[in-house]
Ligand binder design. Structure first.
Ligand code: GTP
Ligand code: MG
Ligand code: ZN
Length: 330
């Protein structure tokens, strides 16, 4: 049988987390990792077993962290109730669809992000850029995974378009249904490592998880022929174990990824624009036709493109903090 330490290490436990646990806590609690979050219930795995517990932390205030998938929790031995969420290595979040003032947590404690897109009409550079900004903001290494290479004669055309976004960006082209092709990705998900898969519906996230696990336990569904978009088959964020001890976090395809608080990530992905803007005559130049605008000059000279300029301005505009209006008194 595996020791407690070995089992926890396979789940991704390391000194970053163990150092947060006091001697007293260690006597009364045990750590578990959140495998999936459902309404009113979370599935967790620890050294002892995998089980479902309540996500509600007794005595926690609304501002305290509440658990999301990938989190480490301390659970009281006596009550089997969580006592607190351990500080995260990183946290993916976005603006909540439908309420821009709220944030929605996506996943925590991720080692590598697979940004999944497919080589078909659904491929979209602006969308990839959005995910890349998110990865840079969070500080997680991204890998762009382009699926469905078997359905195109020109997979390299898609790969080149992705590589053009950022120098040195890792781009992998695969047939997600073919184990030999997908196997290349296994290197990213070694023992105890967690890889999150994000991308639109229908790009083949769940298919890839199934193939890498050598199983078909996750439901997948054919995309719409008219526009190659998916049918929102996966509905929960869930961690899946690989045989050699890595983890793949499958997520539901996103309809929209609205960034919040991602200024640093935007600056990294659009660093060519940030650099050019340093030469604008006015420090508060909006690059919209002011005299002495170095960004517009670079576009005019063909050193920067207006397409990317527009995408940069769009992301920057969205990232502005949305005010929370005080409730009106009656
Ligand atoms: N030909 C081909 N088909 C693929 C590939 N990857 C996925 N598919 C198919 O694409 C369809 C959608 O795949 P899913 O795995 O359900 O997509 P998903 O990203 O999980 O979608 P959501 O759960 O809705 O977010 C399925 O019919 C898959 O069989 C691939 O590399 N090649
Ligand atoms: Mg899916
Ligand atoms: Zn300017």
């Amino acid at each position: 049988m595996k020791s407690t330490d070995e089992t926890l290490e396979e789940l991704g436990w390391n000194s970053f987390f163990s150092e947060q646990v006091s001697v007293e806590e260690a006597q009364q609690c045990h750590p578990v990792r959140v495998m999936s979050v459902h309404r009113g219930e979370i599935a967790v795995a620890g050294a002892r077993a995998q089980l479902s517990i309540s996500p509600y932390i007794p005595g926690a205030s609304p501002s305290d962290d509440h658990p999301t998938v990938g989190d480490w929790l301390l659970v009281a031995d006596a009550t089997a109730m969580p006592t607190r969420v351990l500080r995260r290595i990183n946290l993916f979040k976005r603006r909540a669809p439908g309420d821009p003032r709220k944030e929605q947590m996506i996943a925590a404690n991720i080692d590598t992000l697979f940004i999944v897109a497919s080589c078909n009409q659904d491929f979209n550079v602006a969308r990839l850029e959005r995910y890349l900004v998110l990865a840079r903001e969070v500080g997680v290494n991204p890998v762009v995974v382009l699926t469905k290479t078997d359905l195109t004669d020109t997979p390299e055309g898609f790969a080149d378009a992705a590589r053009a976004i950022e120098p040195g960006l890792r781009v992998e082209t695969i047939n997600g249904r073919d184990p030999a092709s997908a196997a290349r990705l296994a290197a990213y998900c070694g023992k105890g490592k967690t890889v999150a898969l994000l991308g639109s519906s229908g790009v083949g996230k769940s298919t890839l998880v199934n193939t890498l696990r050598g199983s078909d336990s996750i439901a997948t569904q054919a995309i719409r022929a008219s526009d190659d978009t998916g049918r929102h088959t996966t509905t929960v964020r869930e961690m899946h174990r690989l045989d050699h001890g890595g983890w793949l976090l499958d997520t539901p395809g996103m309809r929209e990824l609205q960034l919040s608080d991602a200024g640093d990530g935007i600056a990294e992905i659009f660093d060519d624009f940030i650099l050019a803007a340093q030469d604008c005559r006015f420090s508060n130049c909006a690059h919209g036709g002011e005299p002495g605008c170095a960004v517009q000059a670079a576009i005019a000279e063909g050193r920067l493109t207006s397409e990317r300029f527009n995408r940069w301005r769009q992301l920057a505009a969205e990232d502005v903090v949305v005010p929370v209006y005080p409730k009106r008194r009656r």
